[in-house]
Design a protein around this ligand. Structure first.
Ligand code: IYR
Length: 223
């Protein structure tokens, strides 16, 4: 028996060209409606929806297919409160001392500050961790390759899946984020917090900054 078997491509579908274009435009139209939201409703969201989106995220490609990610889904109110408190402490330091003026100027259009009520308002916080190494079934350590890139890909897919499901998200990166290992009981040497994804329904009075995306011809070159 071959130690590394290959199978015929499962699940791939080719479409007629007009159908291919229609699908590409449809997906683009859906994703264009996504906005990063900072005002969340308390309304609960069924866990099945989160599970479905996490399944989508974990289909992402990864270095040597080692899937170097771990997602901690927080709905416990006391844990959210602790995360908010720790994040706001870091953010106070960031906005008052650490951030250079240039950075604060770049953030000005977003209207952010050190207050992070969404960390308690939203029904879910998903803490995404990147694993520098993992463990084989026999307990031996195995090095992971491109963990940050892999986790970035999975997180992008998670954000897209949650949006398509009809939920709002906020990619929050308090810095430093090591407090997440402590609060969530994740190993400090193996796992690095990648980001904190805030998930839920937008508040009915939610507003977003009036900002736009770069046109395609500015960000794409065909040769
Ligand atoms: N972490 C801070 C600052 C911040 C930084 C970037 I880069 C952003 O795109 C948005 C915010 C905060 O969350 O307020």
């Amino acid at each position: 028996m071959d130690e590394h078997p290959f199978i015929p491509l499962p699940g791939y579908r080719e479409y007629p060209v007009d159908e291919m274009i229609r699908r590409a435009v449809e997906f683009q139209t859906q994703l264009k409606r996504r906005r990063t939201v900072r005002n969340f409703s308390h309304r609960p969201v069924p866990r099945t929806v989160i599970d479905g989106c996490l399944h989508a995220a974990t289909t992402a490609p990864s270095g040597a297919n080692l899937q170097p990610w771990h997602f901690v889904v927080v709905s416990d109110q006391e844990t959210k409160r602790r995360i908010r408190q720790a994040a706001e402490e870091e953010e106070q330091h960031f906005y008052r001392h650490r951030a250079p003026k240039e950075w604060l100027d770049a953030l000005a259009p977003l209207g952010t500050d050190e207050r992070k009520p969404f960390l308690e308002d939203a029904p879910y916080l998903i803490a995404v961790f990147a694993q520098k190494y993992g463990h084989l079934p026999d307990g031996r350590k195995i090095k992971h390759y491109y963990p940050m890139e892999s986790v970035g890909l999975a997180t992008g897919m998670l954000i897209a899946a949650l949006h398509i499901a009809g939920l709002a998200t906020l990619t929050h990166t308090p810095s430093p984020m090591k407090f997440l290992n402590e609060i969530l009981g994740r190993p400090k040497s193996a796992e690095r917090p990648f980001l904190l994804l805030v998930v839920g329904y937008p508040d009915k009075n939610a507003t977003v900054p009036d900002i736009s995306r770069k046109p395609l011809d500015e960000v794409v070159t065909y040769i």
